[in-house]
Design a protein around this ligand. Sequence first.
Ligand code: HEM
Length: 184
Amino acid sequence: MAIEPRAFLTTMETRIGLTAEDKKVMQANADWGTAVAEEMADHFYAFLGRDEEMNGILNATEGRVHRLHATFIDWFNQMFTGMDNWGDDYAKCRWHIGLIHVKIGIGPQHVVPAMAVVVDKVGRKLKADGKSDELKDALAKVCMIDLAFIEQAYVEVSSSAVLRETGWSAALFRRLIATGAASM
Ligand code: HEM
């Protein structure tokens, strides 16, 4: 059940409706993204820090918050440039970010509100700076693609771990999930 990151990216672009025009709008505003990235990182980590559980994860190891501040800024900038124009590098990078969060045990209950904060704060900043609705829409779509990568990583990692350990077929696994869900 392992995914191929580039194929997943293409599927998400189609489902979410990220167009060539959206990409152009993002790239044309890459400098603005760089200018506001630090402020967005501050909002993001202030939000995570207000939650007891997430604050615990952030401070679990020495220097983690500091490192994360820098990785958030990179991530934020990459949303504007698309790295290699939303090609293999972008897809691999987003898949890797998903895997890291799965390993640390950061679940959808943490990641979805965190991405909602990014969309909200960046939306307010766009408005304050007189930026276009086209940019707001394009950015929201890219955020949703990145969120989909992290969420999908959970499903893929959990199911491949079970299949590897048990030797079950994917079809049997799906049947067991359907039966389990029906009895909940
Ligand atoms: C919008 C959602 C999120 C984005 C875009 C994001 C982005 C990132 C990025 C880019 C990295 C670095 C990956 C690498 O090393 O290559 C990372 C790592 C990490 N993130 Fe997130 N993150 C998100 C949500 C969260 C949440 C909700 C938490 C909960 C506290 C969290 C905690 C961490 C931790 C602990 C690491 C590993 C840090 C280390 O290297 O020790 N992230 N994240």
